[in-house]
Design a protein around this ligand. Structure first.
Ligand SMILES: [Zn+2]
Length: 242
């Protein structure tokens, strides 16, 4: 298996996991930067994540255009991925989804903040990007590179951003990490809404989040990955955590 073969297999698995964990439904997608061509990324053709096979995976350049489409129709919102890879060279995997529990935060302006240790990986700040501020009334989809770049600027040095009335974007160093953050961002949003009804929330402190970011790595991502692979009916591949 070449590094590209391994990555393509893992990307199919990641699509199935995100579907199984209800972070994506018929919509939403995950991409990975090409392991040998940092100016390219891999993303499925336009298809529901739970249905995706290896032949659906397409290569794109950082302007969001397919390298060799072979008749396959790409996602309209591929510009989210293109712009994040263009802006953030350290990022090697991107998820865009409409996971249900994050939506109320995007439309009320109430910030999602980590309140559970496994959710600390989302980082200190989850900014909200409002497409209407710069692009006026649209159909809410990120349908151009200009929109993708504006969204990528809102992600800034962080790992996530919410899209008002739409969903969220998560960016990370590899596929397993981006899946982990996306799943736990959805869980944090759900728990935060529950806790808000019970009283004042004591969120993780900035120092606690720093320590979680420093100490969470391949061991945690692999443990979650193996479990989620089992639930999604996929082989986990090589475990990299020690
Ligand atoms: Zn979307």
């Amino acid at each position: 298996m070449t590094p590209l073969d391994t990555l393509l297999d893992e990307l199919v698995t990641a699509n199935r996991i995100l579907a199984r964990e209800e972070v994506v439904d018929s919509f939403g997608h995950i991409s990975a930067r090409h392991p040998e061509r940092p100016d390219r990324f891999i993303l499925s053709r336009a298809r529901a994540p739970d249905c995706i096979e290896r032949d659906d995976l397409m290569e794109f350049s950082l302007d969001g255009e397919p390298v060799d489409a072979r008749g396959r129709k790409p996602y309209l919102e591929r510009y989210i991925h293109a712009a994040v890879y263009e802006a953030k060279p350290e990022v090697h995997a991107v998820v865009h989804n409409h996971s249900p529990s994050v939506i109320p935060f995007g439309v009320t302006g109430t910030k999602i903040r980590p309140l559970l240790h496994t959710c600390g990986c989302m980082g200190h700040e989850v900014p909200i990007w409002d497409s209407g501020e710069k692009f006026g009334d649209t159909n809410m989809l990120v349908s151009s590179l200009a929109m993708g770049r504006d969204l990528a600027r809102r992600v800034g040095g962080g790992r996530t951003a919410l899209l008002r009335g739409h969903g969220c974007v998560v960016a990370a160093r590899n596929i397993r990490e981006v899946v982990y953050i996306a799943v736990y961002l959805e869980l944090n949003a759900r728990l935060q809404m529950q806790a808000m009804g019970m009283g004042t929330i004591k969120f993780l402190t900035a120092g606690e989040v720093d320590k979680i970011l420093e100490s969470t790595g391949a061991v945690a991502f692999d443990r979650a990955w193996e479990n989620w692979c089992r639930r999604a009916g996929r082989e986990p591949g090589q475990m990299t955590g020690v």
